[in-house]
Ligand binder design. Structure first.
Ligand code: PLP
Length: 374
């Protein structure tokens, strides 16, 4: 049987308690949401959905082609200019997803003969970028600038260091300023994925690189997603104009992919303008994360101190994590469940999102459900 091996794998997955299933979400879910990445509570904000609808009416249901053919509308240009300005970079380039933006950044900046130094806790999309890149990858210990220095010291020629700014599993932040120092000592570029920092960290949500004083630096390139704090879909690369021009000419996930749908570009632009007007949303998301962490820890749970809006709670095993998340769901609370192979260290966790629009009562309710279902 051509695909007989799939049954074997499915059996092994079941035995290890690692089966994944899809659960379509109704439009009006009764669950309290601590599972999504809608950090600022903007995905359903009328200004964001209105901007999406307006864009779809004006520009169409799809971008109609790749960015270099018909898929670049004036709306894409507007979004790129405003995003670059907000985050403090010279230029920006929008992609159909954050995943595509990460593949683009790593592959286009790590050509033959380059070294890519990659943090062991990086997101799958950066890892896949390393796998596709023509350069050689060296994986180094998590959040360890000395390990980065050691790796860079072994190489002659161009090098880039790639890291998440906020790690998606534990919600801890990378030591960005130290990483930039290490890169500068060796003349390497720094590529950071601010998927979980944009909208949450930095002045008014301008992101972790902005907070670390790296915005606009000539040797720093940032990737972001529009699908988390911005409540939309899509991704972007931000950096010096020459790097962005290089992406337009060399990044395959830019060149060979249909442009971001106008509705998503419109929604992201709507969210960005709203955040400029209401910068306190970023602070609130961080404050909710701190309260969640404090309250869960007081209940005796093992939660990692959050650096942004992700709160991670350790579970004893993959099976217990799945059961715990299911029990929370039964009790009306949606939480994320991370387990192997999505966790680099093999430790399963519940993953909670500290949304800016959670009320004190909702936070208390969430803590009590998580605590009593442990
Ligand atoms: C750290 C990180 N980078 C990149 C991505 C991919 O972004 P997108 O969902 O826009 O493809 C994600 C999650 O989705 C993420 O958590």
């Amino acid at each position: 049987m051509a695909f007989g091996w799939i049954d074997e794998q499915a059996r092994a997955r079941r035995a290890a308690g690692l089966v994944r299933t899809l659960r379509p979400r109704p439009a009006d879910s009764p669950l309290l949401d601590l599972a999504s990445n809608d950090y600022l509570g903007l995905a359903r904000h009328p200004e964001v959905t209105g901007a999406a609808a307006d864009a779809a009416h004006r520009w169409g249901g799809g971008a109609t082609g790749s960015r270099l053919v018909t898929g670049t509308t004036e709306l894409h240009g507007e979004l790129e200019r405003e995003l670059a300005d907000f985050c403090g970079f010279e230029s920006a380039l929008v992609f159909s997803s954050g995943y595509a933006a990460n593949l683009a950044a790593v592959t286009a900046l790590a050509q033959h003969g380059s070294l890519v130094v990659s943090d062991a806790g990086n997101h799958a999309s950066l890892i896949d970028g390393c796998r596709l890149a023509r350069g050689t990858t060296q994986v180094v210990g998590h959040a360890d600038p000395d390990a980065v220095r050691k790796a860079l010291g072994t190489h002659q020629g161009p090098a880039v260091v790639v890291s998440d700014t906020v790690f998606s599993v534990d919600g801890d932040a990378a030591p960005l300023a130290e990483l930039a120092d290490a890169c500068r000592e060796y003349g390497a570029g720094l590529v950071v994925d601010d998927a979980h920092g944009l909208g949450v960290l930095g002045d008014g949500g301008r992101g972790a690189p902005h907070a670390a004083g790296l915005a606009g630096a000539p040797d720093v390139v940032v990737t972001v997603t529009l699908s988390k704090s911005f409540g939309s879909q899509g991704g972007a690369v931000l950096g010096p104009a020459a790097v962005i021009d290089h992406m337009v000419n060399a990044a395959r996930t830019f060149i060979f992919d249909t442009g971001l749908a106008p509705a998503a570009a419109g929604a992201a632009l709507g969210a960005l303008r709203l955040l400029r007007r209401e910068p306190e949303r970023a602070l609130r998301a961080r404050a909710v994360a701190t309260v969640l962490h404090t309250r869960l820890t007081a209940e005796g749970l093992e939660a990692v101190r959050p650096d942004a809006a992700v709160v991670s709670v350790r579970a004893p095993s993959p099976e217990r994590a799945v059961r715990w998340a299911a029990d929370c769901r039964e009790a009306g609370l949606a939480v994320g469940c991370f387990r192997p192979p999505s966790v680099p260290d093999g430790i399963s966790r519940l993953r909670l999102t500290a949304r800016a629009d959670l009320t004190e009562e909702q936070i208390e309710h969430a803590v009590s459900v998580i605590s009593r279902t442990r």
